[in-house]
Design a protein around this ligand. Structure first.
Ligand SMILES: *Cc1c(COP(=O)(O)O)cnc(C)c1O
Length: 345
């Protein structure tokens, strides 16, 4: 089966010694914009490309405002803080995610509550959240509390795994019912939609990543989107050292963070965002080819976009029917220069 798989993949990519999980592509105006940023001398914490990227990302997502950040993890940390997560609170999330999701909770001094994902989306299951809340939570004067631990449940943080939208609308309904804000880890899901709306625009805030392995990259970077302009303004303030605007004085009105996306990176981000529709179209073609290839396969199932959703197909995924095959598949594919990885622990 490995020879056949290798032949198929090489027929798609051409004969290359190594086929990575994902590789960035800079076929647009990346060089031009980055050189322009250098020529302007504005390479650091402020500059026209930062403002432009924030505006263009907001336009793409169809939200009033986005705030650029130094990376997705930092953006998540700030989004949770702005959602009202405080030390010793609990945040409901999924264990099946990259470590950054749980780290962002821990950076706020809070505790993750890991609940199941759905088999078809690999994202947080509304059924699991509903069961947990009805079984363990109670509404008190100061919020929703976990009866067993006595801690406040401050937020719900689902993740759109590999760019496949989770059941975000149902999660938002539950959040609304209980009065718990939903923050979306949409780090992997730029370009993905549930229905017609973009992932990351359903909850109170959504967070994106532009790390080198993501759908578009600016070297390192992240963003927070919110439909609430007040909240976005707070995000901008907190990620830019909480400096009170003034022509010369350094007055900071709270403990903020230096989580700014440098203008040099924002230049790259602007060029990449222009390429996003083309990159998404290519990802979709590839996923379509894999889907067809694996449709007759008896040892694994190709993960397809959920019903009614459009996935960005950031990374293509198969689920092995026999989990005992996992190490062999990893060893054989990687040995043949086809990069595969197991899902996160
Ligand atoms: C990539 C990613 C992040 C954030 O990543 P950064 O590298 O900090 O930009 C957060 N959550 C998930 C699920 C991710 O895949």
């Amino acid at each position: 089966m490995y020879d056949e798989l290798t032949a198929f993949i090489q027929s798609w990519f051409g004969t290359r010694n190594f086929i990575p999980l994902h590789e960035p592509r800079f076929s647009g105006r990346e060089r031009e914009y980055v050189l322009d940023a250098i020529d302007s001398t504005f390479v650091s914490s402020v500059g026209a490309y930062v403002d432009r990227f924030e505006a263009e990302l907001a336009a793409w997502l169809d939200v009033p405002r986005t705030v650029a950040a130094v990376n997705g993890t930092a953006a998540l940390q700030v989004a949770l803080r702005l959602a009202g997560v405080k030390p010793d609170d609990e945040v409901i999330t999924q264990p099946l995610t990259f470590v950054a999701t749980a780290n962002a909770i821990a950076y706020n001094g809070a505790h993750p509550v890991f609940l199941d994902v759905d088999r078809d989306t690999l994202g947080l299951s509304p059924l699991a959240v509903n069961n947990f809340l009805t079984g363990h939570a109670e509404l008190r004067e100061k919020g929703v509390f976990n009866r067993r631990t006595g801690k406040r449940i401050a937020a719900i943080l689902p993740m759109h795994t590999f760019g496949h939208p989770c059941r975000i609308e149902q999660l938002c309904v539950l959040g609304k019912e209980w009065g718990i804000p939903v923050v979306e880890d949409a780090a992997e899901a730029l370009g993905s939609r549930a229905g017609t709306r973009h992932c990351g625009t359903f909850g109170l805030m959504g967070v994106y990543s532009f790390n080198g392995n993501k759908t578009i990259t600016c070297g390192g970077g992240g963003a927070i989107s919110s439909a609430e302009v007040e909240l976005a303004a707070r995000a901008k303030h907190l990620t830019t050292t909480a400096k009170v605007p003034h022509p010369w004085a350094f007055v900071h009105d709270e403990v903020g963070y230096n989580f700014r996306m440098p203008n040099l990176n924002a230049a790259l981000a602007c060029a990449q965002l222009e390429r996003l529709p083309a990159l998404l179209a290519d990802k979709r073609l590839l996923a379509e080819a894999y889907r067809e290839y694996f449709s007759g396969c008896d040892w694994c199932d190709f993960l397809r976009e959920p019903e009614g959703c459009t996935s960005n197909y950031w990374l293509n995924t198969v689920i092995l029917r026999d989990p005992g095959l996992r190490n062999e598949v990893l060893e054989e594919t990687n040995r043949r220069g086809i990069m595969t990885r197991p899902i996160w622990c």
